[in-house]
Design a protein around this ligand. Structure first.
Ligand SMILES: [Zn+2]
Length: 307
């Protein structure tokens, strides 16, 4: 009898753990909490196993310059709004009134802002979703937009080009970015999953680099980076970064997942390109290793020297 108990116990434990578990990030997986980590998202959400998934690692020397990737036109990005900031158990999310729009930038039409959220690491460590030549930044901002004529994201996601996400990397700086005070201050009130608080007045423009510094970006077609992983996203990843101090980066780690554990490492690992081409705007530079660069300069100097 006793010999039977352990396997039965294990089997029921397994069913409870895998059957009822919601999706989670790798950082959430423990023996006590066997949730569906990114490699298993496709079990419950088949699109997560698709061919055109996000995020990706952008290999800059393999990107193709595309003259059609003209600068974006940001409309009403300066618009001041008040909304709630919520800990949704996976990230912090802020709803945005659909007044701010983007066009240009090689997009097929005008897209309006819906919400923004972030992905981050542990205490300011690596945490971005996209990587550039293998480099993972401490944090990444996603401003989610949908085609202007849609009224909800669900409908937009049924259109293969229905959603446009602007991705921005954060970089550690020596001084605090005061424009982020409303966000970082609000985090204290939403440490627990499903809690929310109202944000003081902010604009999307204050959260991102100045418009003239947004002409360099990468473009590819991909998916949402959380389940259902719908492949309906035109991705833009900007080269210019947003500065935050170490203290500002760290406060995001004070948030909690639903089980009370620190909300850290809420990023999906990079996905295979599967033959996709990544394009770059005219302003984006190919990162050359300093050794190669020095060699190139030396060669150039050598050639230009009079014999
Ligand atoms: Zn995201």
């Amino acid at each position: 009898m006793q010999q039977l108990i352990l396997p039965v116990l294990l089997a029921s434990f397994w069913t409870i753990c895998t059957g009822s578990a919601d999706w989670c990030y790798q950082s959430q997986f423990t023996c006590d909490h066997q949730c569906n980590t990114p490699d298993k998202w496709n079990l419950a959400h088949s699109d997560c196993g698709g061919k055109y998934q996000s995020p990706i690692n952008i290999v800059t020397r393999k990107t193709l310059k595309d003259e059609r990737l003209t600068p974006f036109e940001f409309n009403n990005y300066q618009q001041i709004f008040r909304d709630t900031i919520k800990n949704n158990g996976h990230s912090v999310k802020v709803g945005v009134p659909h007044l701010s729009t983007i066009s240009g930038g090689g997009l097929p039409t005008t897209y309006k802002a819906v919400q923004f959220h972030m992905h981050w690491g542990k205490h300011g460590g690596p945490g971005s979703e996209h990587t550039i030549d293998g480099e993972q930044y401490p944090m990444e901002l996603h401003i989610v937009h949908m085609k202007h004529h849609y009224t909800d994201l669900t409908t937009a996601l049924s259109d293969p080009e229905g959603v446009a996400v602007l991705g921005f990397f954060y970089e550690r700086s020596n001084s605090a970015n005061r424009k982020y005070d409303p966000i970082t201050n609000a985090l204290r009130s939403i440490t627990i999953t499903n809690s929310n608080t109202s944000l003081p007045s902010i604009s999307l423009a204050q959260l991102i680099p100045a418009e003239q510094n947004l002409t360099s970006f990468y473009r590819y077609k991909g998916s949402l980076t959380t389940p259902g992983c719908t492949e309906a996203v035109i991705w833009t990843v900007f080269e210019n970064t947003i500065p935050l101090s170490m203290d500002q980066l760290r406060v995001f780690s004070d948030l909690q997942f639903h089980d009370g554990k620190p909300m850290v490492g809420n990023f999906r690992p990079v996905q295979p390109l599967n033959g996709r081409q990544v394009f770059r705007s005219g302003g984006a530079v190919i990162l050359v290793s300093s050794t190669l660069l020095l060699a190139a300069i030396a060669t150039a100097l050598g050639l230009s020297q009079p014999n």
